[in-house]
Design a protein around this ligand. Structure first.
Ligand code: GTP
Length: 283
């Protein structure tokens, strides 16, 4: 599938982000734990230019725990302070410990000069990784709008996280980077690309191909299909199992495709991670 999507607001986001970044000391980068390589933006390294950064693998509740721990080792080996997190259910203090650790150096440096510094932090990430949910969990009230659709973030204030850290209530939106079609496809599967521009049927076929090789048994268990079949036949089996029927009484493949993707995104298929560090090491 050829996903070639770069909305105008993403170009504007780059300027906006550079402006916001100039006002903060610590950057809390959120990526999707099911996609820790493809849901990070490689341009961020350049943009941050020496700023302290922590990486949270958010939605860890939906990811394969073995993959998450492999990814944590991978990032830590690169000197990146990374931690798993679940913004929708996680304990706020777990993430706070990571942010405090990142802020510590700046606070101590200022203290040596007799200054009580308030470290300013901000959250960044590609669409739909949970930035607003993360900020809301601190704000204690729904001040940043959340939704399971990319691009709904609005808001500009500081939220006090701890004695020495304040968080900007507006997240920095990073543009997804997907010249590589495999990366684009994976981003589409986690909902970082608008569904309207996708071919859902093709996306579902790719997901089926991935699941039957990487997570054998998952499709059989949920939809009672025979995984030795071809991908399109499996989609047909899912449509039958879930009684996806058109008005004309035919099997509705598009409905089955949308259902499968939805069940994957919401974790109903189980804890699945779409990529492992080994792939990145092997190029
Ligand atoms: P944009 O505004 O598009 O940039 O999105 P965002 O990064 O602010 O994401 P948002 O907080 O709107 O979350 C997107 C969806 O993911 C929502 O449906 C959230 O409820 C859900 N979500 C966020 N964090 C988690 C998590 O840790 N686990 C699970 N299961 N869902 C989460």
């Amino acid at each position: 599938m050829d996903i070639n999507w770069y909305p105008g607001h993403m170009a504007k986001a780059k300027r906006l982000l550079a402006d916001q970044l100039s006002r903060v000391d610590v950057v809390v980068e959120l990526c999707d734990a099911r996609l820790p390589y493809s849901s990070r933006n490689p341009d961020l390294d350049k943009l941050l230019a020496g700023k302290k950064r922590v990486l949270l693998l958010n939605k860890a509740d939906l990811a394969d725990p073995a993959a998450t721990s492999a990814w944590l080792n991978y990032f830590r080996a690169q000197g990146i302070d990374a931690a798993p997190y679940s913004a929708s259910t996680g304990k706020v203090k777990d993430a706070l410990a990571v942010i405090d650790r990142a802020a510590k150096e700046a606070v101590e440096r200022a203290a040596q000069k007799g200054i009580r510094k308030t470290v300013k932090a901000m959250v960044v990430g590609v669409p739909n990784v949970g930035k607003s949910t993360f900020i809301n969990s601190y704000a204690g009230k729904a001040c940043a709008k959340t939704g399971n659709k990319p691009g709904v973030t609005k808001g500009k204030q500081w939220i006090r996280l701890s004695k020495s850290v304040e968080l900007l209530d507006t997240p920095g939106i990073l543009w997804p980077k997907f010249e590589d079609q495999k990366v684009g496809l994976r981003l589409a599967l986690i909902g970082s690309i608008r569904d309207e521009i996708l071919n859902t049927d093709e996306l579902a076929v790719e997901l089926i191909r991935f699941l039957k090789t990487q997570y054998p048994g998952i499709l059989t268990e949920r939809y009672e299909v025979e995984e030795t079949q071809k991908e399109t036949e499996l989609l047909c089996g899912i449509a039958e199992n879930r009684k996806c029927i058109t008005k004309g009484g035919e099997l509705d493949y598009s409905k089955a495709a949308a259902l499968l993707i939805d069940e994957f995104r919401s974790g109903k298929l189980g804890k699945v991670t779409l990529e492992w560090p080994k792939e990145q090491e092997n190029g």
